[in-house]
Design a protein. Structure first.
Length: 244
């Protein structure tokens, strides 16, 4: 229920408590008499009824909202997108290689002094932890493993491209096969004013047969092109893996 409806109910309740009939007050304020009567008897609003199932109570929500407004007034509450743009722009202009080296040296000394384990190091910045990224930044990757992974990605990319080309071709052929076939006109006999029912049925059967033949031809064409593409893809991938 929106704030406007809650306002109308509250105004109607004020008049009811002053002695106005529920039906008359609800009609005057354009709200439900049943709702006004239930609120008068101590019924809860929808928000109040759902409060036990919420993570924050009404008081908690009010406190958080007030705190956000105060931080905004103080200039300390930009959103994540604004903060990210400001940080990227600032870092691009001000970051120097020497400063980064000093930072990493200082960070390394802290890790050694405090004996911080890699699993307890979190990858985050002022914007928080980026979703989808690894939280563990201490694990080292072997260079050969990285190279193997990169090579596999290249092969996978080639296979994906081939599959996409095949899928596009299949879709084009399918769309072509679904194009409607023009209906065959029934030619009435010269001595008849209208076509008889047998001619109409015959024309319909011929149209269906023509459509079925067209679909069959397209399926055969798709099968041949699919085989050709698969063979081409296999040859291309074999050449990429074993170049001469």
């Amino acid at each position: 229920m929106g704030p406007d409806e809650e306002y109308l109910i509250a105004k109607s309740l004020e008049e009811v408590r002053k002695g106005e009939r529920v039906e008359d007050s609800a009609t005057a304020w354009g709200t439900s008499a049943t709702t006004v009567r239930r609120r008068r008897d101590g019924g809860l609003t929808m928000q109040e009824g759902l409060e036990p199932y919420q993570r924050l109570s009404k008081n908690n929500e009010d406190f958080v909202a007030e705190w956000i407004c105060e931080e905004e007034d103080a200039g300390r509450a930009p959103n994540k997108a604004q903060l990210g743009r400001q940080l990227d722009s600032f870092r691009a202009k001000e970051t120097k290689k020497e400063a980064l080296q000093r930072y990493h040296d200082s960070l390394k000394r802290i890790f050694l002094k405090k004996n911080v384990q890699p699993g307890r190091i979190t990858n985050m910045d002022e914007c928080g932890v980026q979703e989808g990224e690894s939280r563990d930044v201490g694990t080292k990757r072997d260079y050969r493993a990285f190279v193997r992974k990169a090579g596999k990605a290249v092969d996978n990319s080639a296979e994906v491209i081939t599959a996409l080309k095949l899928e596009n071709q299949l879709l084009r052929d399918e769309n072509e096969s679904l194009k409607p076939v023009s209906k065959k006109k029934v030619k009435p006999s010269p001595g008849e004013a209208y076509a008889n029912i047998e001619d109409i049925y015959r024309a319909q059967r011929e149209a269906k047969q023509q459509q079925a033949k067209l679909v069959t031809n397209h399926k055969n064409q798709v099968a041949l092109e699919k085989q050709d593409l698969l063979e081409s893809a296999s040859s291309a991938l074999e050449h990429m893996r074993n170049p001469k």
